[in-house]
Design a protein around this ligand. Structure first.
Ligand code: FES
Length: 157
């Protein structure tokens, strides 16, 4: 009779964390960028006591998110891309936009809506004052993936 191999709930190796820098340096700078694992341009932000990590190039057209302002929209902290002012939530990477329910009404009433997750968010953690990023390698495509190529990197370092 044949023996079936032991089953395991771990189908892939555990995720790897990558050292980004000392927390005190990141807090001082507010934001740092790094090519993580030789393959991913990541922006790490410190804002109001929280660390966030996301793809560095904006999902819209590859804008330099490290130069964006952080503002709150609809109660959600967002980075505002300096290129065309797209708003991306820090926590989820959702693209926000203002929708108009009735374009003929005056005054116009607008509401913030989500376009869904557009920017890949990565896990960031602090251990004894050191900050680490774990790349979010979920298989589903996210729009910001488009700008994570060797070719793009050489055009826009
Ligand atoms: Fe970011 Fe257009 S590239 S808003």
């Amino acid at each position: 009779s044949s023996v079936s191999p032991p089953t395991s709930s771990f189908s892939s190796p555990p995720p790897v964390s990558h050292f980004i820098g000392r927390k005190e340096d990141i807090v001082r700078a507010g934001r740092v960028t790094q090519l993580v694992n030789g393959c991913r341009d990541v922006l790490v932000l410190h804002h109001q006591g929280q660390l966030y990590a996301m793809d560095k190039h904006c999902y819209h057209a590859g804008g330099a998110l490290q130069n964006g302002d952080i503002e709150e929209f609809n109660g959600l902290l967002c980075i505002v891309c300096p290129w065309h002012k797209y708003k991306i939530t820090l926590a989820e990477g959702e693209g926000l936009y203002q929708a108009v329910d009735n374009p003929t009404a005056r005054p116009l009433r607008t509401h913030w809506r989500s376009k869904g997750v557009k920017q890949r968010i990565h896990k960031v953690a602090e251990v004894n004052g050191d900050v680490y990023v774990t790349l979010n390698d979920s298989g589903e495509a996210i729009e910001s993936d488009v700008y994570q190529t060797e070719k793009y990197r050489t055009i826009r370092p």
